[in-house]
Each structure stands twice: as C-alpha cells, then as structure tokens.
Design a protein around this ligand. Structure first.
Ligand code: HEM
Length: 610
C-alpha cells in the first residue's frame, strides 16, 4: 500500500498535470479562430468594416478605449477618422459607436427590427439582477415585459399619477427650504417616493426614510458599475468565474461587493407590497387593492388562474419589473433635477428669466381678485443681493399652468443636451432577421459592413455637441431653441437622451411630468444662489462629474431660500389639501369595494336559492 502510494506520488511529480497547458492550448485556438475569421471574411469580398483606430494584435482595442469618459474619445476619433460610425473589436466581441443622429436614427429606429437586441450584461447578471426589461434580449419575454410595464406608463396612466407628482413637488420645495444643506436628499426623496408609490404602493414619508437609503444604495451600485456591457466580463464572459483579486478584475470585485444592494431593492419593497396586498384582501374595510404595479399585475394573475387563462408573467418577472421601474425611474429623475439646480445656480440670468415667466403666468391667470400688491412687496428687497424679483408667488403652479412655462421647457432641453445622463445610451445589438440579404446576417450602412451580433452604442454626447446642429455647443444657452424671429438660433431639441427605436425609454412621459412639475414648483417658490464663502460673499465653484455608468454631477454646495415669506404657508396649506384629497379618494374607493363585495355576495345568495 505504502509502495503504491509512493510510486503514484513519484509519477505525479514527473508527469505534467492534466490542465497545465490548457491556457496555452485555449489561447492558440482563439488566435487560430481569429485569424481564420479574418481571412474567411476577406475572401468573401464583403463591404469593409467602418474605420477604427489601431488596436493590438489579439487584444484588439482592449487597452485603447478608456474606461472613463470614453464618449469623448469616441467623439475625437470620429473627427480624426472623418466617420460618424466607428468599429472596435476585442476577443471576438465587436462593437460599433454611432456618433451622429443620422446614423443612430437610420440603424436603431428605421432598421429597428435588426438592431433592437441587447448584448448580454454579464456584469449585471453577476450583480444578481432579476429579469428586467432594460437588460432583456429581444424576444417574446422582452415583449411581454414591455407590454406589462408600458400599460402603466401610457398617457392615461401618467395623468393618473399627476396629483402624486404635484404633491411630492410641493414636499420637495418645503424640504429644500427647511433643510437647504440636505438638498440632495430632498431631491432623492422626491424621485424615490414617486417610483415607490407607482411600483409598490408604498408611501415614503421623509428623506430620512429607510426606503430612500436603500434605493440610493442600489442606484449608486448601478450608477458606478461603468458603462453597460463594457466590463471585461461582458467582453469575455468566462472571466466572471475568476477570483476577483486578480489584476483587471476590479469590476468583478465591484459586482460582488454590491450584490447586496441589488438583492435588497429587488426583494424588500416587493415583499412589503405583497404583505400589504394580502392585508387589504382580508381586511373588511380596505378591501380594494392599491393602484400600484405589483398589486394590479398580481391581481390580474390571480384572475387569470381563476378562469384557467395562461399567464406567463411569473412572480420573478413581476419582481424584476417593479425593480426596473424603481431603479430606471428614480435615479434618472433625481440626477436630472440635480443638474437643473446646478445650471440654475451657475446661470442666474436663466433662473431670473424663468422665474419672471412663472410669476407672470401665475399673476395673470387664475389670480384671486385682490390687487397684486397685497401679496408682494412693491420694491425688490432692500438688501437686494441680486436683481431678482423676490416677489415670490401668490399661488402655486398647477398642471394647467405647465404648458405656459415655455422658457422653463427650453431650460430642460438645454440640460438634456449639455449633459446626457447616458452619454453612450444603453447599448443595442444586431441580430439576424428573415429580411437579411447577407447569409451571415451582416448589414451595410453607407458602404460600411456591420457584422451580425455587433453591439451598438449611440454616442448621444457627441450628437448633442454636433457643430452642424449646435453653435457654441459647450455654452449653456436655452435661447438657442427659440425661433430666429424671437431672437434665438432656431436650433433643434436634442433627441437621443431617451434612446432610440423599439427600445426607447418607456418612462419618458412620466419622467418629464416629474421634471416639469418639480421645476415649476421650485422656480415659483425657491431661490437658488451660489454658496456663501467665509467672507460672506458668493463663492463660485467648478462642478465635478462622475461618468462611471451614468453621467452625474457630484454633490455641490448651494444656497437655497424661500422666494417670499408667504411661500411656506402656501406650501403647507396645499400639501395638507393634497393629503386630504388623497384620503377622501382612498375612502371612496374602499366604500365602493365594500359595496361591490356585498352586491356579489347577495347575487350568489340568490343564485344558491334558485
Ligand atoms: C430623465 C429620465 C430618464 C432618462 C434620461 C432615461 C433614459 C433612458 C435611456 C437612454 C434608455 C435606453 C433606450 C435605448 O436602449 O435606446 C432608457 C430605457 C429605459 N427606461 Fe428610461 N430614462 C429616464 C426615466 C425613466 C423612467 C422614469 C422610467 C420608468 C418609470 C424608465 C424606464 C426605462 C426602461 C424600463 C427602459 C428599458 C426599455 C427597453 O429596454 O425596452 N426610464 N431610458
């Protein structure tokens, strides 16, 4: 026994372990496959690939594309190679960057049936995402998710949420005035409270609520995860199984460290919402379900089961769908409001003009009969740090006022243009379709070949700075969109911020409603100024941005105060009214539900007697 053991161990020291050369063999096969592919494509005389900067042999462009602010580099290359379409390749992963609106529109919208797939988001899989519309590949499951989520985000549904958005906009302004130093939490609370209510039926009372913290952690985890589908794991999926202490594996480490944040936001609000669903179900008074996504879809599923109709939207789909709304809807909205505040602070002239417009609309429409002077000081405040009209408002903006705030809408467009939240969009991917002429499913655009399965990044940042569309693109100038007759430059609104074609953002209407009512309310009630330095004078600053994943502005200081002494009272009174109206509506729905149940019971009783 001892002898056999020792010979075995001697053999094992002399012979090579079975997998010692596996890496080399694998590498050799990959090189051979790359070389074969290269030459076989060439012999088939296909159209040339789009221009691309030089890469390394085998590694391709892996080392050449920067992780941070790659959109700038792509825009530079686009100019250098005089091509709006650029091609890149690494370890067999091919990607194309579209630097013009024309190319993005033609490929992603007009040829949408070919370009609406997504690449595999291996890093997000590693982070533990449930099935979510944003990352789902093109196919029936995507169609089902899109249909279910869109039904709650169409115009009619969005009108239904307007009271909620207005109430939260008023609470936002109250929080800004009461705790100006915590202004960013107030903004996050605004966005989270809307999405938590719509997705889960959960009311988020204050900016210090646990739900706000949890949503902020998840948004941060996603926001700092880097541009989607660009990590080493997305390029070479098997690397997700490597230990995360290896060099180049920072993003794997990041994914593993942030798994909890995604788990919490997917599981906890969903479970809470389901508990509430069953509480309501068995409660004789609150028998009606809430109007949120989870309750509505879960109820429909139950009804389908009851009548034997197939419903393929599984529990995990609902969980993922609700988390999609929260994650996709809250951070985008909050980050855009942060940007709006930044540009208002940095451009006082723009802020004054928008306030003047809002004051004018509020004063000249639907005004109580008492003279204006009863509500505002006749002259600007004597300490007049600025030339602003500090009159404040005599009433708060309502939804019917919003279309009249024309200059405010231009500010929003200029914020979109100058700082797109997703500078490289969310990547699409091309697929083979029945209409393809090329047997491999490759496509041709302007004489350039786009191989089937290529990942497509629309460089929205470059499109929004296209000098043939925007004069002085780095300048923040909302008037650029005004027609020339009105003193503007007649330039077009930016288009790509919400994406393209069949994958275009489904939350755009909801987001724009949140943004416009929040802007209107803030401009009517709040004054934003530069922070005050130790010498008591306004202190200018250079904002810092993070471009890891989303392009967001990092926390900055701002001086915030109410525009007039009546503002706080107006806000308090209107918030109270909104809450009372909500309670009354809830009570009415509960009473109707009880009546309905009673009628059903009586109907069955008669049936039984018959
Ligand atoms: C300022 C706010 C927002 C911006 C800038 C924004 C931007 C985007 C972009 C660029 C895309 C990718 C489109 C494409 O692939 O071509 C997208 C997709 C998506 N957005 Fe938004 N979004 C915002 C708000 C919202 C809101 C409020 C919701 C939900 C209520 C939402 C839900 C989604 C979903 C589910 C997708 C994936 C659609 C699909 O893959 O089929 N977004 N969004």
């Amino acid at each position: 026994m001892t002898m056999i053991d020792s010979s075995a161990s001697a053999n094992s020291t002399n012979a090579a372990p079975p997998f010692e050369y596996a890496a080399e063999i694998l590498m050799g096969l990959l090189v051979a496959a790359t070389v074969y592919k290269h030459f076989s494509d060439g012999y088939r005389k296909k159209a040339p690939l789009p221009p691309s900067p030089p890469g390394d042999f085998f590694l391709g462009h892996f080392r050449h594309v920067p992780e941070d602010e790659s959109f700038r580099k792509y825009a530079d290359w686009s100019k250098q190679y005089n091509s709006d379409v650029l091609y890149f390749e690494t370890f067999g992963t091919k990607w194309v960057v579209l630097n013009s609106l024309e190319a993005a529109h033609e490929l992603l919208s007009v040829r949408g049936s070919k370009y609406s797939d997504r690449p595999r988001f291996v890093m997000f899989e590693e982070m533990g995402w449930a099935p979510t519309l944003t990352w789902l590949p093109w196919g029936p499951k995507w169609g089902l998710h899109r249909k279910v989520l869109s039904s709650g985000l169409c115009k009619k549904s969005c009108d239904h949420y307007k009271h909620l958005q207005k109430k939260q906009a008023m609470i936002l302004c109250k929080n800004l005035i009461e705790k100006p130093e915590e202004w960013m939490s107030a903004v996050t609370h605004f966005a989270v409270s809307i999405m938590m209510r719509i997705a889960y039926g959960i009311d988020v009372e204050t900016p210090s609520d646990e739900w706000v913290k949890m949503a902020a952690e998840a948004s941060e985890a996603v926001g700092k995860a880097g541009a989607p589908a660009s990590s080493i794991m997305d390029r070479i999926p098997w690397t997700r199984h490597l230990p995360d202490w290896l060099p180049f594996m920072e993003r794997l480490r990041y994914a593993r460290e942030n798994k909890n944040a995604i788990y919490n936001i997917t599981e906890q609000p969903f479970n809470e919402s389901m508990i509430d669903y069953y509480d309501r179900y068995y409660d004789p008074v609150r028998t009606h379900k809430s109007d949120c996504l989870v309750h509505q879809v879960h109820y429909r599923k139950g009804e389908d089961e009851r009548i034997g109709r197939q419903n393929i939207f599984e529990r995990d789909d609902l969980k993922g769908g609700a988390a999609t709304l929260l994650i996709a809807g809250n951070d985008t909205t909050a980050s855009t409001i942060n940007l709006i505040i930044l540009y208002l602070v940095k451009h006082p002239r723009v802020q004054r003009r928008a306030q003047a417009e809002i004051d004018y609309v509020l004063l000249t429409t639907g005004v109580p009969s008492a003279p204006v002077e009863d509500y505002r000081p006749a002259t600007p405040a004597p300490w007049g740090a600025s030339s602003s009209n500090r009159a404040g408002t005599i009433r708060l903006p309502s939804w019917s006022d919003v279309p009249n705030f024309k200059y405010m809408h231009l500010i929003l467009q200029e914020v979109y243009r100058i700082n797109p939240l997703s500078p490289l969009g969310i990547p699409h991917a091309s697929i083979k379709t029945d209409d393809d002429i090329d047997p491999d499913g490759d496509d041709t655009y302007n004489g350039m070949r786009i191989p089937c399965g290529t990942i497509i990044y629309p460089n929205v940042w470059a499109m929004n700075r296209d000098e043939s569309r925007y004069r002085e693109p780095e300048r923040f100038f909302p008037e650029r969109y005004l027609p020339k007759e009105e003193g503007g430059w007649g330039e077009p609104f930016p288009i790509g911020n919400f994406g393209f074609g069949r994958r275009v953002c489904i939350g755009q209407r909801l987001a724009e409603n949140s943004l416009t009512i929040a802007m209107a309310m803030m401009l009517a009630t709040v004054e934003f100024d530069l922070p005050v330095g130790p010498d008591g004078k306004p202190k200018d600053f250079e904002p810092e941005f993070s471009h890891k994943g989303q392009s967001i502005v990092l926390p900055f200081e701002v001086s915030i105060r109410a525009r007039s002494p009546v503002v706080m009272e107006l806000l308090d009174r209107n918030i109270l009214c909104a809450k009372m109206a909500e309670e009354a509506a809830e009570k009415k729905m509960a009473e109707e539900a009880v009546e309905k149940k009673k009628a059903k019971r009586e109907h069955h009783a008669v049936d039984d007697m018959v």
